[in-house]
Write a protein that binds this ligand. Sequence first.
Ligand SMILES: Cc1cc2nc3c(=O)[nH]c(=O)nc-3n(C[C@H](O)[C@H](O)[C@H](O)COP(=O)(O)OP(=O)(O)OC[C@H]3O[C@@H](n4cnc5c(N)ncnc54)[C@H](O)[C@@H]3O)c2cc1C
Length: 322
Amino acid sequence: MDLVIREVIRENVRISPLTTFRIGGLAKYFFEAQNKKELKKVINWAQKQNIPYFILGGGSNILVSDKGFDGLLIKVPAKDIKVKKGRGALRIVKAEAGVLLSKLIAFSVKRGLSGLEYFIGIPGTVGGAIYGNAGWPRNQKSIGDVMVGATLLMPNGQITKKRADWFKFVYRSSKLKNFGSKKIIILSAEFQLRAGDKNEILQTQEEILSVRKRGIPKGYSCGCVFKNIEIKKNHSSFFRFADQLPLAFIKRGSISAGWLIDQCGLRGYKIGGAQISKQHANFIINVDKAKACDVQSLIEIVQRQVKKKFDINLSLEIEYLL
Ligand SMILES: Cc1cc2nc3c(=O)[nH]c(=O)nc-3n(C[C@H](O)[C@H](O)[C@H](O)COP(=O)(O)OP(=O)(O)OC[C@H]3O[C@@H](n4cnc5c(N)ncnc54)[C@H](O)[C@@H]3O)c2cc1C
């Protein structure tokens, strides 16, 4: 390892405290980038050495192997947030990808800017939210609705700007998910917000937070494990049990994965230290020093049971780093 790289990279770093699940072994290498230049240099080094790398945001949507990651775990720069004037009441807020989403929301709300308040309470970073098009299902809003563009570091080392349509945002996904090991790194993103009534924005936030407080289980988790099912895409299986579905699902056009899991009698089911939440069956909670393999076993059981009962394939909202 050359001297400059050695100075910025740490070795054998515990990953579990960097995740909301508190699961995972050691990262062989760990690097917290302070700026783009440093990041480019380290990526270039990893590529030359054939070392796999993975971008870690807030670690709130990943399940990391008990064996850890035999590669380079990277945190991207997380300092800058600024606001630019747009047309009329519109404002553009730009944030580095490593900035916590909560910090970006607080920054915007403080200035009376509306558009991001719907995402209050979602853990993680700006980069992680864009990668998975995070959102609040109750009002069908997703981060891709307000992001207007982002600056990316491409695998060939080029820095390029892309507009929102390039990302092909859909429910809990973006084009970035298709690139696998050829990682595209989000460096920063711009959001189009609207100057509004600060009290109204704060009230919206309060309402969402109070719903979240009642609905989201406490404890170490990585949020919803499975994606909800869009009704349009599953007509044949859906009609077989349409009469059992709560009306709310039909109205909003999607079936809650938690409801399907619950119907299989799996609420509270436990393997090792991991348990399907008694409060919300789409959450798996690390109740007692759970291993990644405990969580994986639960995931497999859920997928098998839901397939058997409803003929529906539940797909993962979380990502494995195994
Ligand atoms: C209690 C709880 C509640 C939650 N509620 C919600 C909710 O209401 N709605 C929702 O959508 N999600 C929710 N989540 C899931 C999670 O918080 C979101 O998916 C979040 O956006 C993930 O961001 P992160 O920074 O933690 O990403 P990570 O988990 O660190 O990473 C997720 C993926 O994003 C990639 N990534 C991260 N940063 C970058 C970058 N800069 N460039 C390229 N790729 C990057 C990673 O490589 C990884 O593939 C919840 C999670 C928890 C624990």
